[in-house]
Write a protein that binds this ligand. Sequence first.
Ligand code: SF4
Length: 371
Amino acid sequence: MTFSPEDYKNAVMSCRFCPMCHDVDAVTTIARTETHSPRGRGLALFAIEKGLLQFDADVADAMYAFTADGLSREACAGHIRHDDMVIEARRRLVEAGAAPASAVAVLDNIRKTRNPWGAVEPDAAALAGKPAPGAKVFVVFGSTARARRPSVLEATAEICNRANVKVNYSTHEPDGGLLIYQLGFRGAALSAARALEILILESGARTVVTPDPDVFRSLTGGFDAYPGLPKNIEVLHISQFALKLIESGSLAFRGSSARVAWHDPCAFARFSVLHDAPRNLLHIIGGRSPFEFEWRGRRARCSGECGGLSITNPKTAAAIASNRLAEGARTGAAAIITTAAAADILDAASKLNNNDPAVLELAEFAAEHLS
Ligand code: SF4
């Protein structure tokens, strides 16, 4: 959904004096400063509108310390698009040459290596088996699985293989653009989203499967001027695909007695809403519903990985993850299950806490319990 200059002005005017969503802003709850609050961001942007401030390093510090997780809009009585306001401010910072070096590095890394971290990616074919050109199912693994958690790539392929589903995928999968859009690189992001779409359409596949919630969000709901894939292409998260395979008798699980809680990644919590499928899959595997966080579903709190925060402000992101992990511990579960990017940051927090609770990724957990 596009965000017009009028939408931007409306958000600035609404947020500049408003304290109402401070308690759900992941960064505000850690930083506890007015500058890093929804009101502080609105006030800074209002001052720029009035010519009292300019897009510079101080404003960049305030705008990039933000998760863009959608919870402020969810909690806002007027459904003001605070996330989009900040993303537009970041775009103006990029235009003014004032974006932080860490954000610019993400764009450079994606151009060089196709992932935000500049990591050398493992050989996908060695992990997932060779792609099957012309297959009806096309898998998009997502950058976290490719570059940081290849076990998710392997697990996704294993679920498909076990059900005898032939899948196609790109051994040089491009980035889908959502992260660089959130960091303010709008033009590059829209080009990236369209490039991924062309790759999928040219494959001839009718179904796209992904373990990555941000890929799912981009391909189903799009962002900004990118509308997502044409509606005649089915897009499924791996949890939805696994449920279909179970229903058709192609996939079965041997069960698990692990006490697990489900953390909704923000893309599923509020953007391309997908609450039931991961929970239903966990119910089938474990024979019981997963434990629930107090803040769940549409009001699930961010793990700290959204909006590029884990790259631009890693300490704040880690503190947010630590809080979310503690909330997970209060559910009584021995392990938190979520998707790759959230698992990545929560796992780091868990390791600092003697793996209490442990953190697991959904596709990995499912693949481990295949019968
Ligand atoms: S998003 Fe809504 S609740 Fe939050 S600061 Fe803006 S106007 Fe207030």
